[in-house]
Design a protein. Structure first.
Length: 216
């Protein structure tokens, strides 16, 4: 590798690490990652991602809390068990540039409530237009829901299989999914897109919860 390419590579790595740290702070400030929960990752290039290590306080991340993980190698020591969910998605979808995972209160509750349905369907909400490919509140947006599982390899396989299935007719699939009683995964081509999707979905789930509990 030439000196110029090495510097460019260093820049890419540093940019990805900074984006991971920023995402962690952003989510922590909104109380979406209590007690060191959540995971944040950003793609560096076709073969590597920057991803939070296990057990770190996401509101106080430093560069030493972020691992540089090759997509085709075993998880590094200190990796979160859930890193496998990130790695599988980056491997399956080259367009994904960032994946953020939170234990936001509304995501966690609504996933639990809709496990039996296998999905949360969004319809009639203006904010759903913040999701990639959704241009109207009249669209029906499917957010898949999976049973939580401590066997992350099995869970990762179930998620990958479901996301590879065609979207049901007349629906648009959200750039995110729920683990029942656990939280939300959301992604995008860039960290900015992933952040917008995370914020929109958590807010939409909160709106649904409020709507259902409101009695005029
Ligand atoms: Zn989690």
């Amino acid at each position: 590798m030439t000196v110029a390419l090495a510097i460019l590579d260093d820049d890419r790595v540093e940019t990805a690490i900074e984006a991971v740290i920023d995402a962690g702070r952003y989510a922590s400030a909104r109380h979406w990652v209590p007690a060191t929960s959540g995971n944040f990752s950003v793609r560096i290039d076709a073969t590597r991602v920057a991803i939070t290590r296990s057990g770190a306080d996401k509101g106080a991340l430093t560069a030493s809390d972020v691992l540089i993980q090759a997509l085709d190698e075993r998880l590094l020591p200190g990796s979160s068990a859930e890193a496998a969910l990130h790695i599988r998605q980056y491997t399956d979808n080259p367009d994904i540039g960032a994946i953020f995972h939170i234990h936001g209160p509304s995501s966690t509750v609504i996933g639990h409530a809709h496990l039996v349905d296998g999905a949360v369907l969004l319809n009639g909400w203006e904010l759903q237009k913040a999701l990639l490919g959704v241009t109207t509140h009249e669209a029906t947006v499917e957010v898949p829901v999976f049973a939580n599982d401590q066997d992350i390899d099995a869970l990762s396989q179930r998620v990958a299989s479901r996301l590879a299935e065609p979207v049901p007719a007349q629906q648009i699939r959200a750039p995110g999914y729920l683990l029942a009683g656990h939280g939300l995964y959301a992604w995008g081509r860039t960290p900015r897109d992933a952040t917008r999707h995370l914020e929109a979905l958590e807010a939409l789930f909160n709106q649904i919860i409020v709507f259902r509990s409101y009695r005029p």
